[in-house]
Design a binder for this molecule. Structure first.
Ligand code: ADP
Ligand code: MG
Length: 580
């Protein structure tokens, strides 16, 4: 066997395999080059999912005639030197993209650095220069890639359908357009414009970001998210957080940028999932745009040939900042629930009513009084206070499960159990985290028979259970007695509540996450302590529930991420009846 040094041609093909996974990676590299060249406008044209043709045209700094050949050589870059190696500010720095693309396609570059039409052209075929000559080209760069991967059939075989490859390119451009909100982008797929951002008009950076996010992700995203901007330690975090009820089936709508770089890092997605954990069920995912900014020396961008990953010096601090930032900002959302549910409701209504009879929530025959509701005559002050009560005034209850309330400009339908459950949950959590759980001694202690095998676990957990306001003692050899419970739960079925709690302790003895455990137990207790579906409520009780919802953080969704209410605007109702 003879060892030999690989030819440049082979080296470039190998590099292409790493840098270019598929057409969307080539698009990303080319557009990032345009961004690094200070372009103001970038136009992208795609044919056949980028497999047949990719063209990127920018109005940036351009490449000088004598640099064109260098630009397509391996490890040739204008962006890196010994001084800035630990402090890379440009998107590119490896000098690998153009030679890699050139090695596996037919590449044409036209460029000009001056404000005239005297540009230069270089053409390559599978990495070999086939012509170089002057051409008409205004300031900026035109790059055309034909038949990507034609010289590496193995890679070509792995590409998916045209539609799928186009979709990935679209996603890439969406990300680049959000991240570079001061640059105009246009994407044309098979001669059809599929994305176009407007002229950049706002001089205020954040106002421009908001315009761009609305353009790219739609008004629905803006309506259902909140803007945030926080600086802590060396990290600035800003962007838009979708409200919890505006969840998605995967992480595709999570846009994370680090120092204006697109980052694909599953562990960051997980941190956001943790931050939303308390509000979204485990199989759904939050939607958000998050810019992370930190000093460039605190991250390492040279992790991956496709530059999709970065490494943080202090990932622990960043993670905890993200979690705190998300939680604090979501608190501000209070009772707000996603408008998407309103749209869904309207769509259901507008079809034939007979096909779409409202589904009833499960009714239960357990009857008990919830925690004492304030009874006030609210009727008198209705007019003056109207504006202050976004959830309006209760008009009636139907199927003993839902409350209808009239607001300033529509109606609100509340799921009484879901809403109350969230309120009790937040209250319990608040009391437990602040170590001030209010308890009540039971007039008649409740004795519960316990299987011998479980008794030991329970006896070992008595101290912990007490922290949750439940005071249990052993009672004989095979039973326990409950003497005290949180006041908020004093009216519920104590036996069922206790058995549920005990089961939780038995099942999750070794749960590592204390917070997760506390929240799960509170959630269980809240379920017991809240108004059941199926219980009749008085108008003042209903109004009291609405007021509590308005005052409780996160009350727009139940503990499983379902909305607690849906709002129908008068406007939409009028449309349903053809009045508008
Ligand atoms: P890198 O971006 O890592 O430097 P590339 O292979 O992507 O490597 O590009 C090589 C060089 O070609 C860049 O450093 C830059 O000087 C030049 N270049 C590439 N694309 C453009 C462009 N659109 N406008 C101006 N210069 C460009
Ligand atoms: Mg580059």
């Amino acid at each position: 066997m003879k060892i030999k040094i690989l030819s440049d041609d082979l080296i470039n093909k190998i590099a292409a395999g790493e840098v270019l996974e598929r057409p969307s990676s080539a698009v990303k590299e080319l557009v990032e080059n345009s961004i690094d060249a200070n372009s103001k406008t970038i136009n992208i044209y795609i044919r056949n999912g980028g497999k047949t043709e990719i063209t990127v045209i920018d109005d940036g700094d351009g490449i000088d005639e004598n640099q064109l050949e260098l630009a397509v050589q391996r490890h040739a870059t204008s962006k890196l030197n010994m001084e800035n190696f630990d402090n890379i500010l440009s998107l590119g720095f490896r000098g690998e993209a153009l030679p890699s693309i050139a090695a596996v396609s037919n590449l044409k570059i036209k460029s000009n650095t001056k404000n005239n039409e005297n540009g230069n052209l270089i053409e390559l075929n599978a990495g070999k220069i086939i012509s170089k000559k002057p051409t008409n080209q205004k300031k900026g760069t035109f790059i055309n890639v034909k038949d990507l991967f034609y010289s590496t059939p193995a890679r070509l075989k792995f590409l998916k359908s045209e539609n799928y490859e186009s979709l990935l390119i679209r996603r890439t451009i969406k990300k680049l357009a959000i991240c570079n909100y001061n640059i105009i982008f246009r994407l044309n797929v098979n001669h059809k414009e599929v994305l176009k951002t407007k002229k950049v008009e706002e001089t205020n950076d954040l106002a421009q970001l908001k315009i761009r996010v609305a353009e790219v992700l739609g008004n629905e995203f803006i309506e259902n998210s909140i803007f945030f901007d926080e600086q802590k330690d060396c990290y600035r975090l800003f962007g838009f957080l979708g409200v919890p009820t505006y969840h998605h089936s995967n992480t595709n709508n999570q846009y994370i940028f680090v120092n204006k770089r697109i980052v694909q890092d599953k562990s960051l997605n997980v941190i956001f999932k943790l931050a939303y954990r308390d509000f979204i069920s485990y199989d759904r995912f939050p939607q958000f745009v998050c810019f992370i900014e930190c000093p460039s020396e605190d991250i390492d961008v040279n992790v991956h040939p496709a530059k999709n990953e970065v490494r943080f010096k202090d990932i622990k601090t960043l993670n905890s900042n993200i979690i705190n930032c998300v939680k604090e900002n979501l608190k501000k959302v209070m009772h707000f629930a996603s408008t998407v549910n309103t749209d869904r409701a309207i769509n259901k209504f507008s079809k034939s009513v007979s096909q779409n009879t409202l589904k009833l929530a499960e009714t239960s025959d357990v009857e008990f009084t919830p925690f004492p509701m304030k009874v006030e005559n609210q009727e008198q002050n209705q007019e003056s206070e109207k504006k202050e009560f976004p959830l309006g005034y209760a008009k009636s209850q139907f199927h003993n499960t839902y409350i209808i309330s009239q607001t300033d400009n529509g109606i609100v339908v509340v799921d009484q159990h879901a809403a109350h459950e969230r309120i009790v949950y937040e209250r319990l959590k608040n009391q437990i985290y602040n170590n001030e759980i209010k308890t009540q001694l039971l007039l008649i202690p409740v004795v519960i028979d316990i299987e011998k095998s479980s008794l030991n676990v329970i006896l070992n957990s008595l101290e912990t259970v007490k922290k949750f306001g439940v005071n249990i003692e052993q009672f004989g050899s095979d039973s326990i007695v409950v003497r005290e419970v949180p006041s908020i739960l004093s009216d519920c079925d104590i036996k069922n509540l206790t058995l549920d709690l005990i089961n939780d302790f038995i099942e999750s003895k070794d749960s590592k996450l204390v917070e997760e455990r506390i929240n799960r137990i509170c959630s269980k207790m809240a379920c017991h302590g809240s108004i059941r579906a199926g219980r009749e409520m008085q108008i003042n009780e209903m109004n009291d529930l609405l007021r509590r919802m308005e005052a409780t953080p996160f009350s727009g969704q139940c503990n499983h991420g379902r909305p607690t209410y849906v709002e129908l605007k008068l406007n939409d109702i009028e449309k349903l009846f053809g009045r508008k």
